[in-house]
Every structure is written in structure tokens, then in C-alpha cells.
Ligand binder design. Structure first.
Ligand code: 5GP
Ligand code: ZN
Length: 119
């Protein structure tokens, strides 16, 4: 898997270690760390090492990467003790989606009952 870094991207800098983060998981293609402003007792961000500006920037060539992302998320949720009571995955996309960092990331949120629908 190619790792294309974007010099202006906060999460690319976190992957590179230029900005510190609280690592939860990593493999050749993915990196996970704790959200700096957690929305719940457990709030992990799982990102591809490859810079994609959002989920809609993924193409056919990213099919395996997107699959790996969800399967890794499942392992992280289990390792974080969320599997039994449940949890939520969130991918915000674009302005109306509330995306603030334009490097694809999956939020893994749990540790308390979550309300629905979102605001
Ligand atoms: P978005 O709103 O784009 O879906 O989510 C971006 C997330 O990144 C937010 O939940 C925010 O708290 C988190 N975040 C922003 N800057 C940093 C940072 O420097 N370190 C960490 N660990 N999380 C960050
Ligand atoms: Zn990036």
C-alpha cells in the first residue's frame, strides 16, 4: 500500500509522528489513536495511512483498504471492551456532514448509551 503524505494534513502529521498522538492500533495500512476531544468514554479515530480527503475520495483501487478499515475497527472495538454493550462508527463527510479534518477517519465511539438521531 502506497503512503501518500499531504504536507498540510493534520492526520498525515500524526501518522508521521510530527504531532504526538495516543496510539491505539497500527498496521501497514492503518493507524488508530484517541480523539483529543472525546465524545464518549471511548473515542478512537481509525485512519488509513494513505491520504484520502474523505470517504468519497476513495476509488475502486481502495476497495481492499476500506474493507480492512472496517475489519480493523471491529477488532479495536472488541479490544476496547465495546463489543458486548455496543458502540457506534461514524464517518463525517464534507461540510454538512460535520467533517473538520480532511483525511478519511472512522470514529469508534462507545462506553455509554448514545442518543439518536445526531444533531
Ligand atoms: P471530524 O469532525 O472531521 O469527523 O473529526 C475530527 C476529529 O479529530 C474530532 O473529533 C477532533 O476532536 C479530532 N482531532 C482534531 N485535532 C486532533 C488532534 O490534534 N489530535 C487528536 N488526537 N484528535 C484531533
Ligand atoms: Zn492526510
Amino acid at each position: 500500500m502506497e503512503s501518500i503524505m499531504n504536507d498540510d494534513c493534520l492526520f498525515c502529521k500524526i501518522i508521521a509522528g510530527d504531532i504526538p498522538s495516543n496510539k491505539v492500533y497500527e498496521d501497514d495500512d492503518l493507524y488508530a489513536f484517541r480523539d483529543i476531544n472525546p465524545a464518549a468514554p471511548t473515542h478512537v479515530l481509525l485512519i488509513p495511512r494513505k491520504h484520502l480527503s474523505g470517504v468519497t475520495a476513495a476509488g475502486e483501487e481502495d476497495r481492499e483498504l476500506l474493507g480492512s478499515l472496517l475489519l480493523a475497527a471491529n477488532r479495536i472495538a472488541t479490544a476496547e471492551g465495546l463489543a458486548e454493550d455496543g458502540f457506534r462508527y461514524v464517518i463525517n463527510n464534507g461540510k454538512h456532514g460535520g467533517q473538520t479534518v480532511y483525511h478519511l477517519h472512522l470514529h469508534i465511539i462507545g462506553g455509554r448509551p448514545l442518543t439518536w438521531p445526531p444533531g
